[in-house]
Design a protein around this ligand. Structure first.
Ligand SMILES: Nc1nc2c(c(=O)[nH]1)N[C@H]1C(S)=C(S)[C@@H](COP(=O)(O)O)O[C@H]1N2
Ligand SMILES: [Mo]
Length: 484
């Protein structure tokens, strides 16, 4: 026990160094042990916990899985270091522990990630720590007691490893592959149109989102190479098809404004955004494969994600490969994702690799976890901006009804007793795109409740009844209490 405690600082330093070594060569990708472990943590966590994390923690949930991945990775290497020390102690060898620990750390990393170079770096860092920490403890000969020297040596080694690895790994973390400004004249003019049509209210996001939300099951997103990527069409088809990136992008494309909304967001949440996508229609691809009268499709992706929904929705779908004129950012599905107009975000599968036509319905990733998020979106009018100018108050937000379209937004400033029509942003081209609304009024000089509701294109009023995100998406009118 006593000996175990004396080894602990060194073992933890080995844990940190191993993670640092792996990060230095992998960056934040699936080849990084902590990234791969974080994805595993997220996947084996019971659906109900994941659901709670999404609806209550939002983006903090993702941070939590990343932190979990780090903790498990450090603990793994630390345990390896402890076991190696114990083995060395048993045979009274000082050479054995670093070699044993390094080899075991290399083996474990390879098994977890399948990536050799980062695993080698992790192994080397763990092994080296078991050499360096005892040396450092000996050099610091003046410190009062050996226990203290061991802790100082361990902390110093861990900090040094992290300090060296951080900038190296950062450089290896792939980001967006942007080539701005957008060179395509049609993209430029459509983006200019969206910006001109955006209402100018303080704190209101424009019609094309500045920050597009991200939701997926990964701690570290897949890093795909467009040159190696392929999309296969399989299952109940006349003929299996395989398309590569050049074939997809050679098809006749169009620029479409499309809004995405996550079924797991809160009623007035921030997981609804709009971009201009460059996309090719799926209809022609499906025709070539001969999809016939089948009921359903399963889309599969490089991150192991899969979602099932009716073929009828797929026929209206698209393969998107550019976003606002740039290649799809990695976080949004590089190189190719599905866009399924009017449907919840979850079937807009990113990093798409396979379209499997099914003869029978099946459950997708989220449906196995109790969600019903494969259908059309619920209608919503959000209230995100409140601007004041003297006694004037202006409230504003976005309204979205999928392909049903928005014809009006109504605002009540007296808790729903009376209603006025808000100003709407001019429509953007496209059948599946949100609109902004804004409404200015004289402050009543006292606490009052602002309520907003959307009217669909055919006159249907957004349902008033409130429901939580789980399982079928949030419903109800957004309301906000404002002080005089
Ligand atoms: N491969 C893959 N595609 C995915 C997901 C995922 O986890 N993996 N998440 C889905 C969910 S739940 C949503 S809401 C949208 C979000 O798209 P965005 O991250 O581009 O905003 O992607 C969908 N596509
Ligand atoms: Mo989602």
């Amino acid at each position: 026990m006593e000996r175990l405690r004396s080894w602990l600082p060194e073992a933890l330093a080995a844990g940190v160094a191993g993670v640092a070594g792996s990060y230095a060569l992998a960056g934040f990708t699936q080849a990084f042990v902590a990234g791969s472990l974080a994805s595993t943590v997220a996947r084996v966590t019971p659906g109900i916990v994941v659901t709670a994390a999404i609806t209550t923690l939002g983006d903090a949930g993702k941070l939590l899985t990343v932190a979990g991945g780090f903790a498990v990775a450090v603990a793994l290497f630390a345990t390896i270091a402890l076991a190696a020390r114990a083995a060395g102690d048993a045979v009274e060898s000082t050479a054995l522990p670093p070699m044993l620990a390094g080899t075991a750390a290399f083996g474990a990393s390879t098994l977890l990630t399948g990536a050799l170079a980062p695993a080698l770096a992790a192994g080397a860092a763990v092994g080296a720590t078991l050499v360096v920490v005892p040396l450092a403890a000996r050099v610091g000969g003046d410190a009062p007691d050996p226990g203290r020297r061991r802790v100082l040596g361990a902390v110093g080694t861990a900090l040094a490893a992290a300090g060296v690895a951080y900038p190296l790994g950062r450089r290896r973390t792939p980001g967006a592959v942007a080539d701005d400004p957008p060179s395509d004249p049609e993209v430029r003019s459509l983006l200019a149109e969206a910006s001109a049509k955006s209402l100018d209210v303080d704190g209101l996001e424009p019609l094309v989102s500045d920050e597009f939300y991200e939701v997926d099951i990964n701690a570290a997103d897949p890093t795909l190479d467009a040159d190696e990527w392929t999309l296969s069409v399989t299952g109940a088809v006349d003929e299996d098809l395989e398309l590569d990136y050049d074939e997809v992008t050679a098809m006749e494309s169009r620029e479409v404004f499309t809004t995405l909304r996550c079924v797991g967001e809160s009623l007035n949440g921030r997981k609804m955004d709009t971009a201009l996508w460059t996309a090719v229609p799926l209809r022609d691809v499906l025709e070539r494969a001969g999809v016939g009268e089948n009921c359903c499709v399963m889309l599969r992706a490089a991150d192991g994600y899969y979602e099932e929904f009716p073929v009828a929705a797929l026929r209206e779908g698209m393969l998107a490969y550019r976003m606002n004129g740039d290649p799809l950012p990695r976080g949004h599905g590089y190189p190719v994702r599905a866009l399924i107009p009017g449907h919840w975000g979850e079937i807009n599968v990113k990093w798409l690799t396979e379209i499997e036509i099914l003869a029978e319905p099946a459950d997708g990733y989220w449906e196995k976890r109790g969600w019903h998020g494969t259908g059309p979106v619920n209608t919503v009018a959000k209230l995100h901006a409140t601007a004041r100018d003297g006694d004037r108050i202006e409230v504003a937000g976005h309204a979205y009804a999928g392909t049903r379209g928005i014809s009006a937004v109504e605002v009540s400033t007296d808790g729903g007793d009376t209603w006025q029509e808000a100003t709407l942003s001019e429509e953007l081209p496209g059948k599946d795109v949100w609109r902004q609304w804004a409404y200015a009024y004289d402050s009543p000089g006292e606490r009052h409740e602002v309520v907003v509701r959307a009217i669909e294109a055919d006159g249907t009023v957004q349902p008033k009844e409130r429901a939580d995100a789980y399982p079928s998406g949030p419903t109800g009118w957004v309301s906000k209490e404002l002080r005089g």
